[in-house]
Design a protein around this ligand. Structure first.
Ligand code: NAP
Ligand code: ZN
Ligand code: ZN
Length: 347
């Protein structure tokens, strides 16, 4: 089926309208009319070939929400008319220990929603800046929010799960003091989710202008990281810090804020390495630096249901498809509150 999409033909070219092909739904496939797709900083990294290995044409987008238009004969988990989401994963091997544990995100054969090899044309996956998509039922999520919240639900499919998974893994909850670094698309969800999980939340931002916003998002305290006194006041006090910053920076400044046995988990994936950290700062307090990648399908559904129950959605700015290049520039300047979401009917 021919479908209109928005994508890039090369890393130094802007995104533009293009026609792509989607496969006909197979027995276990779900065909989805995409209503909205969030704009993740990973889309920018890949559309501009900042990470190695972008396959062109590149149609980004892995924060997909819409309605089911058709299902294959063996589909049991979704039916025509359902409100559904698709996140960063559209396939995996389905039998390794990671897949069996619901951690498809760590399967060696995980197929990302865009820029991964697939038998479908043109040989690599094409994402959600498009009118529709066809996905195996295992990777389709049910959305239980009200339909008028749909655009603001889209960012949960990446920004939500990428912050939820490490917050849960490292036990963010009552009695825990949790830092969230970088109040962008991921970070603003990290603050909302850590707060809803019952943790004491400290937001770290480089932007003085986000101080009041971060409190409104659910932070108990806000630290402007350029202010050395404010940073020093947090020394040795945090159980866990989730770092979402999309650029290289001094990690040691955050390691020093951890308690004994505390963990700094990195989810931001800058195009070049961070300056290396002081080993002594880890050794002296048995601290850890860790990483985390998106989340599995079952925990994504758990997060979506938690958000529906607690009335949590992203703070978004809805845009037309032809505004996406400008949105990328604004994202680079930190000028977004807090996620751009494309209305895919404008493609
Ligand atoms: P974003 O909306 O652009 O937010 C990043 C935030 O980092 C900014 O708003 C800014 O917050 C802070 N920041 C501080 N210095 C910066 C600088 N020099 N350049 C850019 N940002 C700076 O991005 P996002 O969509 O949240 O994504 C953040 C990172 O996570 C990206 O690298 C993305 O690729 C990665 N990511 C990883 C995963 C995963 O699975 N691990 C999943 C999705 C995305 P303040 O103004 O508060 O300082
Ligand atoms: Zn993403
Ligand atoms: Zn697997």
């Amino acid at each position: 089926m021919h479908v209109l999409a928005y994508g890039a033909h090369a890393g130094d070219k802007p995104l533009e309208p293009m026609q792509i092909t989607r496969r006909e739904p197979g027995p276990e496939d779900v065909q989805i009319a995409i209503a909205f797709c969030g704009v993740c900083h990973s889309d920018l990294h890949q559309a501009r070939a900042e990470w190695e290995g972008t396959l062109f044409p590149c149609v980004p987008g892995h924060e997909i929400v819409g309605r089911v238009t058709a299902v294959g004969s063996e589909v049991t988990t979704a039916k025509r008319g359902d409100l559904v989401g698709v996140g960063c994963i559209v396939d995996s091997c389905r039998h390794c220990s990671e897949c069996n544990e619901g951690l498809e995100n760590y399967c060696d054969s995980m197929t990302g929603t865009y820029n991964f090899p697939t038998p479908d044309a043109p040989g690599h996956t094409l994402g959600g800046y498009a009118q529709s998509i066809v996905v195996h039922q295992r990777y389709v999520l049910q959305i239980r929010h009200a339909e008028d919240q749909l655009a603001a639900v889209a960012p949960l499919l990446c920004a939500g799960i990428t912050t939820w998974s490490p917050l849960r893994h490292w036990g963010a909850g009552p009695g825990k003091k949790v830092g969230v670094v970088g109040i962008g698309g991921l970070g603003h969800m990290g603050v909302k989710l850590a707060h809803a999980l019952g943790a004491e939340v400290v937001a770290f931002t480089t932007s003085e202008s986000k101080r009041a916003d971060a409190l409104a998002l659910g932070a108990d305290q806000v630290v402007v990281s350029r202010n050395a006194d404010e940073m020093a006041a947090q020394a040795g006090s945090l159980d866990f810090i989730l770092n979402t910053v999309a650029a290289p920076h001094d990690l040691d400044a955050y390691v020093s804020l951890l308690k004994r046995d505390g963990t700094l988990a990195l989810v931001g994936a800058p195009a070049s390495p961070h300056p290396s950290s002081q080993v002594m700062n880890l050794i002296l307090k048995r601290r850890s630096i860790a990483g985390s990648m998106i989340g599995g399908i079952a925990e994504t559904q758990e997060m979506l249901d938690f958000c529906a129950e607690h009335g949590i959605v992203a703070d978004i700015e809805q845009i037309r498809a032809d505004e996406v290049n400008e949105a990328y520039e604004r994202m680079l300047r930190g000028d977004v509150k807090y996620r751009f979401v494309i209305d895919t009917s404008t493609i």
